[in-house]
Ligand binder design. Structure first.
Ligand SMILES: O=C(O)CCC(=O)C(=O)O
Length: 250
């Protein structure tokens, strides 16, 4: 077992668990260089989203927006170093403790909050978007910079993974789905050192604040599922999620 029993109990009770540093100095340095490289390439080719504004805008509009929450999905299809990270032995051992030895990638994403004008990611439960069954996916949120509440550390509501919340279609914010009534007094911010990670359950309510500091915040998230996971809403046809790499099988 990679987690201690206490950490596992914490995860099942709270819907998240904080780990300290998991990446070596070399891994961290390589991933930082390649993160910056892919962000530059994505800007040149407009192959990214700014989650702080509506989708479908051109590159200049995305860059000029007052806040920037930049997203690249499937870094593993663009860059070998991020693909390698999916197979990181230590991380997969932690995932094994959470969902068992058969592990498939659901997807990955880089989420970048630049210094000074980094945008927020509003409160949500991932599975309100994904509609996956069984709802047992876990995410490993890895940071390439030191993070605290001021530059966009992950914030969670402990125990919220036990109760899926209805997310409404939003026209108030740029979020696709909106959540009213989150009791933010219960939020816990998870500070992490560069190269550290935390895991959260796909129903854990989470949020990251705007970054107005002088410190950029580079995060990379891997979302893991068990093979055979299906996707779709109650009335839709359920589809098995094919086409993603199997990262480990028993
Ligand atoms: O990195 C962030 O700012 C938000 C990440 C997030 O919402 C997620 O991992 O689902």
């Amino acid at each position: 077992m990679a987690f201690t029993q206490e950490q596992l109990n914490d995860f099942h009770r709270d819907g998240y668990v904080r780990l300290g540093r998991v990446l070596s100095d070399d891994e961290l340095e390589t991933l930082r260089e390649n993160y910056d490289l892919e962000m530059d390439r994505a800007r040149e080719t407009n192959a990214y989203r700014n989650l702080s504004i509506d989708d479908g805008t051109d590159s200049d509009a995305k860059q000029a927006a007052p806040r920037r929450m930049l997203q690249i999905t499937q870094m593993c299809e663009r860059n070998i170093h991020f693909r390698r990270l999916l197979y990181n032995k230590a991380i997969l051992e932690y995932v094994t403790d959470l969902i068992g030895p058969n592990i498939q990638l659901f997807h990955d994403q880089a989420l970048f909050k630049p210094a000074k004008d980094g945008g927020a990611v509003f409160w949500h439960q991932d599975n309100a978007y994904w509609k996956c069954r069984p709802a047992n996916l876990v995410s490993c949120w890895t940071t390439l910079d030191d993070v605290d509440v001021n530059n966009g550390a992950m914030q969670v509501i402990p125990g919220s993974h036990l109760s899926p919340v209805v997310h409404e279609q939003s026209d108030q914010t740029n979020a696709l789905l909106d959540l009213q009534g989150v009791d933010e007094s219960k939020a816990v911010a998870i500070d992490l050192p560069a190269g550290g990670c935390m895991f959260h359950h796909c129903q854990t309510l989470h949020y990251t604040a705007p970054n107005s500091t002088e410190r950029q915040r580079r995060a990379f998230i891997m979302h893991f599922m068990t093979p055979g996971t299906r996707q779709g809403d109650d009335n839709g046809v359920l589809e098995v999620s094919f086409g993603r790499p199997i990262l480990q099988s028993a």
